[in-house]
Design a protein around this ligand. Sequence first.
Ligand SMILES: [Zn+2]
Length: 400
Amino acid sequence: MIIVPLGVASATPTAVRHLPSVALWREGDVHLFDCGENAQMRMLQAGLKRSKIENIFISHFDMDHYSGLLGLISTLQLQRRDKTLTIVGPKGIKDYVEWNVKFAKIELNFPIEFVEVEEGFELQRVIDTDDYYVEARPLNHTSFCMGFRFQEKDKPGKVDADKAHTLGITDDEQFKALKAGEDLTLESGTLVKSYDIVGHPRPGDSFAYISDTKYCPNSVKLAMNTNILYHEATFSDSLADKAAETGHSTSSDAARVANEAQTKLLVIGHFSARYTNPFVLLREARAKFFPAWLATELRPIYTNPSQEKGIVKPKIQIQEMDEKQGMKTQKRHKPEKGGSKKFRSRKGGPSDRRPRRDDSGERRKRRPEQRQGNDYNNQGSSRPTKHITPRTPFDNFDRF
Ligand SMILES: [Zn+2]
């Protein structure tokens, strides 16, 4: 399961943050949680195919959370999609989509299945398939809003192939039956118990999406023991009053939910536009829960990095970050032994801005470890920590 934040702003987009949307990639399919304006373009830039969208979950009817829905539907129509699209949302979502499609005089060439959730529910399984299910619970916002939990069903345990062969099991059908939990009687009359050959079922991965809410017990229930919890952190603790008034969470609220739910990883997003650099929010969240990360648009988050790295490759953000990193690398360049130790401005003088060149006059390539070092969410970096004052949203927050 790979989570890709597509928009991490709250109600107003900024120059570097887009309206709320988070994509979940699983086994080649994409599931969208909220669909703010630009979500479909951010998908392209994230390296996610729009044709692969299976389900769209709309948490509530604040416009920033669904303003990208019609544009996306229009694109799917132009792409000649023919498979069913499922849209889950509060009651009214069906009317909204159908009215607009009719208004545009479009005859959709793919069916849309709507799952409408009415106010007053406590828990609803909105999607249920053989491999996964999605549950919704109401949150505590100024208007009706729900959170979601995407849960993979348990996977069958691993088959002990050596043991099976020793017992004389070679047929695929026999393996299938054993995996399904059935016992087998072989031709020799030997009874083979499923649990002798098949290991314990492996628990499926889980993801919770909690956006636009004050702290509430339902967030904890949705996030209980999840691999990844995406929680809104619109304000810092100093604006707790504002958060309460507008039905939002502070970074400490997000950390509280993560703590109570014992999630494995907290990712905070939905940042107020006032935070040009949301490191303050990360610092507050990390003081109360670890590991906590900032959601960074287009940067994939893996539940199983060893198997999932490289599947979803962002197309533009990495480039932007490399450029920034290029400048930072130059600033951090230490004078060589015996070199002068003259004062370096923290902002970098004109000489710092010149690209470093080797003897052949070509711009020097960065070493792989330097690339990795810029990943502020990367806990395994060997780069020594150093305290600096953040200046841009691309600064390395891990040093705080
Ligand atoms: Zn919002």
